[in-house]
Design a binder for this molecule. Structure first.
Ligand code: ATP
Length: 248
């Protein structure tokens, strides 16, 4: 079956630096695929290359088999977003001075007022992230780090999406908050939303991943099922090193 997203030999340069050296990656429809790898391996650059925020200098990015990125066939970022791909960057891109409700409203292209937001979708989001209902009229800047992360993901989900790219949502969060986030993302998985999730936290990754790709030095050096990697400590050690395999 054609995967929802596929990268074939993607090369990306940032200025004079050659960062991605031929990334091959498959994200099947309806699955959560983990992208792991040490700091600087190229995970964020891969997400940005999918979105066209860095334009690949070689290879192809395909959505349902149709090219969306690569030399000679590059779509602009707004066109890529219109293919129903949402990106939650590490800095989350939320507006601190606006309320939780206003942040969500801004992300909904079809609604101009709060009462135009889709009720069923909001109820589903509140089920995933109960804190959003509780802090509905609070300035987003006053939320905790974990709640901000949940708001950022909720913004990406305010409309139905074919694909969600999420960059390291656990970064800087306390273990108890990470556990909340894991539970929310497990609930999201039940809706069969296709997700490509960048993580360094293996404890989180192993509970969420269907498939996994491990990057090193601008390439994918391992791809397979997360259950197989989670069961193989020697492989974890070899691919991820001690610091990542340490199960928090
Ligand atoms: N704007 C930039 N200019 C120059 N080099 C960059 C830029 N952005 C990233 N890089 C370099 O590209 C390489 C890959 O970075 P990237 O952020 O993709 O890694 P990562 O796997 O996401 O790491 P991290 O987990 O630390 O975010 C790193 O060596 C980084 O220094």
């Amino acid at each position: 079956m054609t995967p929802l997203l596929e990268l074939r030999g993607v090369q990306t340069h940032i200025g004079a630096y050659h960062i991605l050296h031929g990334v091959d990656l498959v994200v099947p429809e309806g699955e959560l695929t983990l992208l792991l790898g040490r700091n600087g391996a190229g995970k964020t650059t891969t997400l940005r290359s999918i979105m066209g925020l860095w334009q690949p200098s070689g290879g192809q990015v395909l959505l349902s088999g149709q090219p969306i990125g690569g030399p000679g066939l590059q779509l602009a970022t707004p066109e890529i977003a219109r293919q129903s791909i949402a990106y939650v960057p590490e800095n989350m891109g939320i507006f601190g001075a606006l309320s939780v409700a206003e942040n969500l409203l801004l992300a909904a292209r079809d609604a101009r007022r709060l009462d135009q937001l889709d009720d069923a979708r909001l109820a589903w989001l509140f089920g995933l992230f109960p804190a959003l209902r509780k802090f509905w009229h609070y300035p987003a800047g006053k939320l905790s780090g974990g709640q901000k992360q949940m708001l950022a993901i909720a913004r990406a989900l305010i409309e139905p999406r074919r694909l969600l790219l999420i960059d390291e949502p656990s970064k800087g969060l306390a273990p108890a908050i990470v556990q909340n986030l894991i539970e929310s993302l497990q609930e999201l998985k039940r809706s069969r939303t296709t997700v490509l999730l960048v993580e360094q936290n293996f404890h989180m990754a192993r509970q969420l991943g269907d498939g996994v790709a491990v990057m090193d030095d601008g390439r994918v050096v391992h791809a397979g099922r997360m259950a197989d990697l989670a069961a193989d400590e020697a492989l974890q050690q070899r691919l991820l090193g001690l610091s990542l395999a340490a199960h928090q």
